[in-house]
Design a protein around this ligand. Structure first.
Ligand SMILES: C[S@@+](CC[C@H](N)C(=O)[O-])C[C@H]1O[C@@H](n2cnc3c(N)ncnc32)[C@H](O)[C@@H]1O
Length: 248
């Protein structure tokens, strides 16, 4: 079993179709959010929007979305795929974001939370979530369960996918229990070219997330183990966390 972790801006530009089909759930994420808070007519802030796989799916479910990302090339892809959906794009760092608006829903999709590497950065990101959440709003952390990163016992695992007819991508991952880090190397190959890029992410356990969210003025109010809304259990592959503002 391979854990897929799309954290690299480059993979979004190289392979948006791969990202939508395999690495990022898009529609499944929107369906999960919708079981907790109806998306129809709601305002959504999608932090770490990338090429918009999640932001576009959230808009398709009826939401009005503000998509925040740090990578201009990824946001260009998002804008080129947006069509007439209600998705506004903001190029900014999500940690110190200060929009003059609050939202019904804030999403951090497909392990974006783990891209805040240190605990301080994670708290900063969660404070940004809290700043932009309406008092009655809900925030959604869409994470791979950390146990998935450890199943191989620290050995590197590789998986190769075709990218259309002429290229393929090999994703190699290794995890380090001591630092809670997942290292991913992406190799994109064609007959004439080889391009490599890498990414490190740092996971947090549910216990850590509960603590960090409290420090940011939020509270964990639900956890699911799948996008279908199954209960979170010891063998769940996903760790899907719902946050609300903590009552004073
Ligand atoms: C794991 S990807 C998820 C992309 C998208 N949400 C999806 O579901 O496909 C994380 C995204 O966050 C962006 N990102 C990373 N650090 C960021 C930061 N400090 N501020 C804003 N965006 C950031 C990356 O460029 C990348 O596009």
């Amino acid at each position: 079993m391979h854990t897929l972790f799309a954290a690299v801006t480059g993979i979004y530009e190289w392979a948006p179709n791969l990202v939508s089909s395999r690495l990022s759930p898009g529609g499944a994420l929107a369906a999960w959010v919708d079981t907790h808070r109806s998306l129809s007519g709601r305002t959504v802030l999608d932090l770490g929007a990338g090429t918009g796989v999640s932001a576009l799916a959230l808009a398709d479910a009826g939401a009005q979305v503000v998509a925040v990302g740090a990578s201009r090339p990824s946001l260009d892809v998002l804008e080129s795929r947006r069509g007439d959906r209600k998705v506004d794009v903001v190029e900014a760092d999500f940690r110190d974001l200060r929009l003059d608006a609050t939202f019904d829903i804030v999403t951090l999709s497909r392990n974006t939370f783990f891209l805040a590497q240190s605990q301080d950065e994670k708290i900063e990101l969660l404070r940004s979530v809290a700043r932009h959440l309406k008092p009655s709003g809900g925030a959604f952390l869409d994470c791979t369960d950390p146990a998935e990163f450890l199943r191989t016992g620290g050995d590197a695992t590789s998986v190769t996918y075709p990218l259309g007819r002429e290229r393929m991508v090999t994703i190699t991952q290794t995890s380090d229990r001591a630092t809670q880090a997942v290292m991913s190397i992406f190799l994109v190959q064609s007959a004439t070219e080889l391009t490599a890029f890498h990414e490190t992410a740092t996971w947090a356990t549910l216990a850590e997330i509960r603590l960090l969210t409290r420090m940011a003025g939020l509270a964990v109010t639900a956890v699911n183990g799948s996008y279908a809304g199954e209960e979170y259990r010891s063998r769940s592959r996903e760790m899907l966390v719902v946050l609300e503002r903590k009552c004073p």
